[in-house]
Design a binder for this molecule. Structure first.
Ligand SMILES: Cc1ncc(COP(=O)(O)O)c(C=O)c1O
Length: 432
């Protein structure tokens, strides 16, 4: 028996893991090059880094076209515009995701419709989509969450059967592949984020990819203040905004993109070793592998903690104990969006929620998605991807810490500790 760090013992891991974001002289040289060039503006105004990045990023994801934008949220918004989402249309989205997946739906005065997630993957449960379809449904917005893909085979089949569009939220899936096809290239459009925690980052940023030139032209006009797109074959003229990404960020992204394959390989090897270490650990469950995922893109390593096998010690205490052992991780990483404090939807602010109804839709109280709630409040444990960018010793430290906490879990019974109290709060409500 050893004393857990949370009760005053020695932390198992005393040195930091790989820090994120990572940069080296490639980023520095590219930024200096932009600085000297006097071409600082954003794509689609031609800048050599923006052009090179869009081309490389599209190719990586087996898509013909890619357009940088200033955030991942805007990437989703622009994709919704491209497919012609109108006020009052319904868009089906998973309940367990970041609020930014559905914020753009509301912003366009359309209506998000939540479906529960599959407990094997924590991604949208394709079996539940058809019952959420109504005459107003226009699109499905799956999220490839954490380290898995939503079942794109089923989603595309359902979309084609019902004449719906598909936008893939790929904020977690840079470089991922499903049956050889790149994340974001299977639906009508794919939306990526380059916010600082992501697998490729420029601090903030995003991209839209598609194989459809008309969609690309609409995206380009929308994010470039309504100007004609570079190709302008479809001659759309729409009201647009300045949602461009600057050339400094594109330069950083070029360096990040070049480094991704090497990082992907390291993460894959380290995660395989992690799973080997944990596969028979009591109270720990691994997400089901899916052979259709031909390249995993793990934004985070996500596993399950079963408190009933952990002597009924709640996840918040388990996670806080791991944190104090020196392992960065999180339990309440996402909430079901409809319960999140970052989703204080008022019907008065979004008129479509009332249209054609005696009573406005109450998005905060009309849903109950048991699997999303179980993942959010009881089971899921998220480890940031950079923990797996080091060596085997780093991975062993995570597995050793999990074993240490489980072997000494009695020490957590009835414990009151600030880290546990923080873990009980949603991320938005915690002290930073
Ligand atoms: C699943 C998901 N969707 C959308 C977004 C929105 O991206 P951004 O923060 O770049 O606007 C994020 C990230 O933050 C995300 O994790």
């Amino acid at each position: 028996m050893s004393k857990l760090a949370i009760t005053g013992g020695e932390p198992l891991r005393k040195t930091p893991f790989t820090q994120w974001p990572l940069a080296d002289n490639k980023e520095t040289a590219a930024i200096e090059d932009v600085l000297a060039s006097s071409k600082w503006g954003g794509q689609p105004f031609p800048g050599k880094y923006a052009v090179a990045f869009a081309q490389g990023f599209g190719e990586l994801h087996t898509a013909k076209y890619a357009q940088c934008v200033n955030t991942g949220t805007v990437a989703i918004q622009a994709a919704l515009i491209a497919i012609g989402i109108q006020p009052g249309d319904e868009v089906i989205a998973p309940a367990y995701t970041w609020e930014g997946t559905v914020g753009p739906v509301l912003l366009l005065n359309a209506v998000p419709v939540f479906v529960d997630v599959d407990p094997e993957t924590y991604c949208m449960d394709a079996k539940l989509i058809e019952r959420a379809i109504t005459p107003k449904t226009k699109a499905i917005l799956p999220v490839h969450l954490g380290m898995r893909f939503a079942d794109m085979d089923e989603i595309l089949r359902i979309a084609s059967k019902h004449g719906l569009k598909v936008i893939e939220d790929c904020a977690h899936a840079h470089g991922g592949k499903w049956k050889g096809k790149g994340a974001g290239s299977m639906g009508d459009l794919g939306a990526f984020s380059f916010q600082s925690s992501k697998l490729i980052t420029s601090g903030e940023g995003g991209a839209v990819i598609t194989n459809n030139l008309e969609y690309m032209e609409l995206v380009q006009s929308y994010i470039n203040a309504g100007r004609a797109s570079v190709t302008d074959q479809f001659h759309h003229r729409i009201v647009g905004f300045n949602y461009r990404l600057g050339e400094f960020q594109a330069a950083v992204l070029c360096a990040q993109l070049e480094r991704l394959p090497q990082q992907q390989k390291i993460r894959e090897e380290n995660m395989a070793h992690f799973e080997d270490r944990l596969k028979n650990t009591p109270a720990i469950g691994l997400l089901k592998p899916d052979p259709r995922i031909t390249r995993v893109a793990p934004y985070g390593y996500v596993l399950k903690y079963f408190s009933d096998q952990g002597k009924d010690i709640r996840r918040a205490a388990f996670v806080a104990a791991l944190q104090l052992e020196g392992i960065p991780c999180d339990g309440l990483f996402y909430e079901p969006v409809y319960k999140s404090s970052l989703f204080p939807v008022k019907a008065a602010d979004f008129p479509a929620l009332s249209w054609g109804r005696e009573k406005a839709l109450d998005l905060r109280n009309m849903y109950s998605c048991p699997e999303a709630e179980k993942a959010a409040y009881e089971e899921a444990v998220w480890f940031p991807h950079q923990l797996f960018l080091g060596n085997k010793k780093d991975v062993d430290a995570i597995a050793d810490a999990i074993e240490k906490v489980l072997e000494n879990i009695e020490q957590l019974r009835g414990l009151d500790h600030k880290a546990i109290r923080q873990q009980q709060l949603s991320r938005a409500d915690r002290e930073s």
